[in-house]
Design a protein around this ligand. Structure first.
Ligand SMILES: C[S@@+](CC[C@H](N)C(=O)[O-])C[C@H]1O[C@@H](n2cnc3c(N)ncnc32)[C@H](O)[C@@H]1O
Length: 268
């Protein structure tokens, strides 16, 4: 079995992981044959999936740029994934080099590769943790060291909440994070859905993912909008990925074919 330098001995390379499959879909190199095989089976049901994931990364870029434009200098990126092109720290630092970023992921490859690329930089770090345990993440010494809770913080949940089952109370998890934040903080979410014209394909791809990797909870636009309760949604509200504040010249196309909603909201 292959074992790369970024994969420690604790990593089970015989089972696919959501983070490494995502990396494989995006054409990254931090994945194993088992992940590529799982990715290929999912793509067989939904050939446009890699384009959707690129649309998600593009939303991440626009959202982070928007937030820095609003004066936010602190980011808590939950389910941050394996670093790829255009990571939160790169986008934020391009706009304001003073920004501080805490990455959190439950996947050891995502954390070890994040730490590798951050090297000795002291304005960003990566924590190995479960975002469903907000008290633990908020109390982590690295979180406390890097983030000032008296100042606004942007809580990022890009393409991660569909790994949080209803029984785990995603709304309660979000509330715990946001309750710890100062007024002027933000919540940004992207979340897969079965709404839209691709329902059948999305259902089959989800079933395949559940069979080979892990559980997956699709939600409706109304359910995703409800996750922002108590916050002020930034225009244009909860929309399909390419519709959220596209850059000049961006092709929006048939946005609903991304089967993913996006939104950003501010804590008053
Ligand atoms: C689809 S990737 C998204 C990566 C990145 N946020 C993005 O949008 O490009 C989902 C990531 O969430 C992580 N993840 C899933 N459940 C998690 C949990 N309970 N706590 C922390 N990370 C989690 C996975 O390991 C994976 O890296």
């Amino acid at each position: 079995m292959e074992r790369a330098t970024w994969a420690g001995p604790d990593i089970d390379v015989s089972k696919p992981s959501a983070a490494r499959i995502y990396d494989a879909h995006l054409g990254g190199f931090h994945n194993f044959q088992v992940d590529r095989d799982a990715a290929a089976k999912i793509v067989a049901f939904m050939p446009e999936l890699p384009d959707i994931l690129r649309a998600n990364r593009s939303f991440l870029r626009r959202a982070v740029r928007h937030l820095v434009g609003q004066g936010v200098t602190q980011f808590l990126d939950l389910g941050s994934g394996i670093p790829t092109v255009g990571n939160v720290h790169e986008i934020a630092w391009k706009a304001n080099p003073e920004c501080r970023i805490v990455y959190v992921d439950s996947d050891p490859v995502a954390v070890s590769h994040s730490r590798n690329i951050l090297g000795g930089i002291d304005r960003a770090t990566a924590i190995h943790g479960d975002m469903r345990q907000p008290q633990k993440i908020l109390a982590d010494p690295d979180t406390r060291r890097l983030l000032d809770f008296d100042q606004p913080i942007a809580v990022l949940m890009f393409a991660v909440l569909h790994f949080v089952a209803d029984e785990d109370d995603p709304a309660g998890i979000i509330r715990t994070y946001l309750d710890a934040m100062a007024p002027g903080s933000y919540l940004a979410i992207s979340h897969a859905t079965l709404e839209g014209p691709e329902r059948e394909k999305a259902e089959e791809a989800t079933a395949q993912f559940q069979r080979s990797v892990t559980d997956f909870s699709m939600r409706t636009r109304a359910e995703i909008t409800a996750l922002f309760d108590g916050l002020e949604l930034v225009e244009p509200g909860v929309v399909y990925l390419p519709e959220w504040r596209p850059d000049a010249g961006d092709e929006i196309g048939e946005a609903s074919r991304t089967s993913t909603f996006a939104g950003v909201a501010r804590k008053l």
